[in-house]
Design a protein around this ligand. Structure first.
Ligand code: PEP
Length: 249
């Protein structure tokens, strides 16, 4: 039985003060929500406020990115060790916005995933096809490349600590969600890749989150699908009421 995960990716939204306000409103709404893991990924400058606000609750705080080196002359970057010290339990890696705007490659995703694992963080690794790729019948090819690239040379034990997020790029921030059936089909394909690269034990335990315009009114249909184990939520995670409604699907 895979425990559901609902994760919020705040992108470049919310100051530390806004983060405290969010948690003040959000926590009472999910105080009894023990049916799933809840993760919030604020911007770096709001991590401390989020960790402090979530202290004593089961809500896990995650970074949105990291550098693969443990330290060094990498201006503007943050290491896994720094995220751990800030109180993070996880980190989002390979989000499509980072691939699209900041040149993130599958090789970089692999290095970051290994660095996160080595530091004890849970990597939330994102994969997903663009609209042109889907329309060109390339969805499986793209997912296969991204999957194999991200998880190259991982041991089965390391892979078992991964959260995988399937996020079709055409559904992110567009209000256009994949149908539950489309999402479930992609999840099945990714689970098959996990079985092929690792083993059926890792594949059946792998938690795969769907991301792409998840809202309170579509989460139930998505979560009703067999292989959808949770959601990575962007826009709708910024509002305490809508994120709580998604958590309490
Ligand atoms: C995301 O940022 O990962 C995301 C899925 O965004 P949205 O929910 O706004 O589409």
């Amino acid at each position: 039985m895979r425990r559901p995960v609902i994760a919020g990716n705040w992108k470049m939204y919310k100051t530390a003060a806004e983060t405290r306000d969010f948690f003040r409103a959000f926590q009472p709404l999910v105080a009894g929500s023990n049916h799933c893991d809840i993760i919030v990924a604020p911007p770096f400058t709001a991590l401390a406020a989020a960790v402090e606000s979530a202290r004593g609750s089961a809500i896990g705080i995650a970074g949105q990115n990291l550098h693969w080196a443990s330290e060094g002359a990498f201006t503007g970057e943050i290491s896994a060790r720094m995220l751990v010290e800030a109180g993070c339990r996880g980190v989002v890696i390979g989000h499509s916005e980072r691939r699209q705007y900041f040149g993130e490659t599958d090789e970089g995703v692999n290095r970051k995933t290994k660095a996160a694992l080595a530091a004890g963080l849970t990597p939330i690794v994102c994969v997903g096809e663009t609209l042109a790729e889907r329309e060109g019948q390339l969805t499986h090819t793209v997912l296969q490349h991204q999957f194999e690239g991200a998880f190259a040379a991982l041991t089965p034990a390391e892979f078992s600590r991964i959260l995988l997020a399937y996020e079709p790029v055409w559904a992110i921030g567009t209000g256009r969600t994949a149908t539950p059936e489309m999402a479930a089909e992609a999840h099945r394909y990714l689970r098959d890749r996990a079985a092929a690269q690792f083993a059926s034990e890792q594949a059946s335990a792998l938690r795969i989150l769907y991301g792409g315009s998840v809202k309170p009114d579509n989460i139930k249909g998505l979560m009703a699908q067999d292989g959808i184990d949770g959601a990575l939520v962007g826009g709708a995670s910024l509002d305490p009421k809508s994120f709580a409604a998604i958590v309490n699907f």
